[in-house]
Design a protein around this ligand. Structure first.
Ligand code: NAD
Length: 334
């Protein structure tokens, strides 16, 4: 079923993954309404060129009256909910915005979606809700055991979505994604941080000895999987989405430095992040059985990402000032 006539309201559609979803869905002919607060992480540049296919509302999902007015006007039939505070390190320094947007904001969005009778609500969650796994992979039935305030806020939102499905028969489905990378990622996440620092010949910080393992999913593959769940995912279900490309962080960093033709001596090991999960791994057979599989392997994806960042260095550097103000403030207070 292609919900071609369906109007999709996308929260967080000016963010990294949300904007890729919006670009793909708009190209397929969906009618799209984007709701985004444009926090430090949001940027309309990501959806530039799609203005004729998208309606944009600068709005906070925590503001119920504003959200209600948007629903009343637009009457979306499906919701894809990406909006979140998404950076683990920030949640360690201040959990409050994570509780507000990721939990309270989700509850407000659920209530308004119920009120207006949406047909399908796709909630975007994370592999981090499961906690770490030393061997094997998490299935959708694995218990949640989040270890960071970010992961705990995402797990709480998942539980709310589940409770609304069970209690109210609310038509929701949850997607839990592994680490994404690709064009337009904000340069506080590992891969763009490494690229930006290395291009400026600065030291590249790596937590502990870089032994943590992440499963890297190229962002266009993630958005395709979410589209598939929107179209074919069964209500009340959870779907994991990961790539199977597991890498130790140190190997990811070395791969990027090699692509950038920079010396590995730029690597600087720094004190580990508190509560740092050693490894995540997702069993994605349930989503694969719907017909999805990743198209971009790690070698290709890292090459494409480095190339995009080289071509868009101005965009990356435009984020540096705000980032350094933020980190100076955080470190002054710790
Ligand atoms: N990036 C990853 O590797 C990854 C992996 C798994 C799951 N996820 C989840 O996917 C979703 C998108 O992640 P991302 O990396 O694109 O995040 P992002 O930080 O790049 O984008 C988040 C977007 O949400 C918007 N936003 C934040 N608070 C808001 C609010 N109160 N009201 C309205 N808009 C608000 C921001 O302006 C931004 O555009 C998140 O829910 C995240 O938890 C991300």
């Amino acid at each position: 079923m292609r919900k071609k006539l369906c109007k999709i309201l996308v929260t967080g559609g000016a963010g990294f993954i949300g904007s890729e979803f919006v670009r793909q869905a708009a190209a397929l002919g969906y009618s799209i309404v984007v709701v985004d607060k444009l926090t430090y992480a949001g940027d309309l540049a990501r959806i530039e060129g799609f203005e004729d296919k998208i309606k944009f509302f600068k709005a906070d999902i925590c503001r119920a009256a504003r959200l209600d007015a948007i629903f009343k006007k637009e009457r979306p039939c499906c919701i894809v909910h990406f909006a979140a505070e998404s950076h683990v390190d920030r949640s360690i320094h201040d959990a409050a915005p994570f509780i507000e947007t990721n939990i309270a904001g989700t509850q407000i969005l659920l209530d308004i979606s119920r009120k207006y009778g949406v047909e399908k609500f796709v909630h975007i969650s994370s592999d981090e809700v499961y906690g770490e796994i030393k061997s094997g992979c998490f299935t959708e039935k694995s218990p949640m055991a989040p270890n960071s305030p970010y992961a705990a806020s995402k797990a709480a939102a998942d539980l709310l979505v589940r409770a609304y499905s069970r209690t109210h028969g609310f038509p929701a489905v949850i997607v839990r994604a592994s680490n994404n990378y690709g064009p337009w990622q904000y340069p506080e996440k590992l891969i763009p941080v490494v690229i930006l620092k290395a291009l400026n010949n600065q030291k590249v910080p790596v937590y502990a000895q870089g032994q943590n393992v992440r499963e890297w999913l190229y962002v266009s593959d993630c958005a395709k999987g979410i589209l598939l769940v929107l179209e074919k995912g069964r209500l009340g279900e959870v779907y994991n989405i990961g790539s199977g490309y597991e890498k130790k962080n140190i190997d990811t960093v070395k791969r990027l430095l090699t692509l950038l033709e920079k010396p590995h001596e730029l690597i600087a090991y720094v004190k580990d992040r508190p509560g740092h999960d050693l490894r995540y791994c997702l069993d994605c057979s349930k989503l694969r059985s719907l017909g999805w599989k990743p198209k971009i392997d790690f070698q290709t994806g890292t090459s494409l990402t480095v190339e995009w960042n080289r071509q868009n260095l101005g965009w990356l550097e435009s984020k540096l000032k705000a980032l350094s103000v933020y980190w100076k403030k955080v470190y002054r207070n710790t």
